[in-house]
Design a protein around this ligand. Sequence first.
Ligand SMILES: [Zn+2]
Length: 86
Amino acid sequence: MLAEGHDAGHGADRDPTPLDRDPTPLDTGVLDELESVLHDVERALARLDDGSYGTCEACGAGLDPAELEQQPSARYCRAHLPLRTS
Ligand SMILES: [Zn+2]
């Protein structure tokens, strides 16, 4: 009888210090990224002005405030986030 018991309690997959990203100071890709972030922020400011800030541009649903706090320039809800791939 091969009965492997449940082995619960071993799923603690914590990764407190993700070191995936190397600092690359002179990478023009970083500038491009910054420029696109700046563009997003400018858009967010414009949407603050017209009162549509905090809603998904695709479906109009309100965005999660916690998510907005993490990424103030967020323009899409979770369901439509893939639209934002760059
Ligand atoms: Zn949406």
